[in-house]
Design a protein around this ligand. Structure first.
Ligand code: PRT
Ligand code: ZN
Length: 216
């Protein structure tokens, strides 16, 4: 049996919208991660934590499997991946919503109006859940990026995508119709971490809460 190090392994996004805010939060918590971020891993100098830099989509899986103990990731990704992880703490950044959007001149007649429509999205699981809830059958076109161009090129009638300022929808002649999920970055935790790691996590959460309180 390999003895586990008493270091909390934290998975964060390698690059992208959550990376800088994740690093900033750790810094504000007084955690010094000075060695380069171009590697896969990095260790804090003054706190028992080790960082793993990953694609955001992979973080729930790594945390469920215990390859990482905890992760910072968008709630939207946690819910889409349906992994068994604990959502331990909201982090207050990466705020966005998952919304249906239609062409500017069109009206959205609610969930039932989606019957038989083609919906382009990167969130097929969440969209299917929504359709099932209203007993609606539609054709989900899964695309991994640039979802907002789908109506313009005739690939879909409706899209379901993340929105923050709304300018991407606007620039593509679309308008937000219905919000199906509000999201922000959250701290997720493996369900079987050791008591020692749980204690390190408690002290990290204490610091995160102090940082967030100081901002309000
Ligand atoms: O490479 P990797 O797989 O790690 O990154 P990624 O490209 O899959 O994700 P990334 O970096 O784009 O987003 C990471 C997380 O940031 C998401 O999972 C959300 O939790 C959060 N987030 C917050 C957003 C947005 N806001 C957001 N606006 N993610 C994406 N967008 C996109 C949206 O898809 C659309 O294309 O921004 C565009 C809309 O923005 P507005 O401001 O024009 O409305
Ligand atoms: Zn991703």
């Amino acid at each position: 049996l390999i003895e586990e190090k008493n270091v909390l392994r934290l998975a964060i996004q390698k690059s992208g919208r959550l990376h800088d805010d994740s690093m900033k939060l750790l810094k504000e918590c007084g955690i010094d991660i000075s060695n380069g971020i171009n590697k896969l891993k990095s260790e804090a100098a003054n706190f028992p934590i080790e960082l793993y830099f990953l694609r955001d989509d992979d973080i729930p899986q790594y945390v469920e499997d215990g390859v990482a103990d905890i992760g910072f990731v968008g709630e939207n990704v946690v819910f889409e991946k349906k992994k068994s992880v604990e959502i331990t703490e909201k982090l207050g950044f990466g705020k966005c919503r998952l919304s249906f959007a239609v062409r500017k001149g069109e009206e959205f007649g609610g969930a039932t109006s989606l019957q038989g429509k083609r919906i382009a999205t990167s969130y097929p699981v969440l969209v299917q859940d929504y359709l099932d809830k209203y007993n609606v059958k539609a054709d989900i076109q899964e695309i991994s990026g640039s979802v907002e161009i789908a109506p313009g090129i005739g690939l879909a009638d409706v899209i379901c995508d993340l929105v923050s300022s709304g300018s991407t929808l606007f620039m593509n002649g679309l308008k937000e119709a219905d919000v199906i999920l509000q999201s922000q970055a959250v701290l997720i935790t493996n369900q079987n971490i050791t008591p020692i790691k749980r204690a390190i996590l408690e002290s990290l959460i204490f610091r995160i809460q102090a940082v967030r309180k100081a901002k309000n």
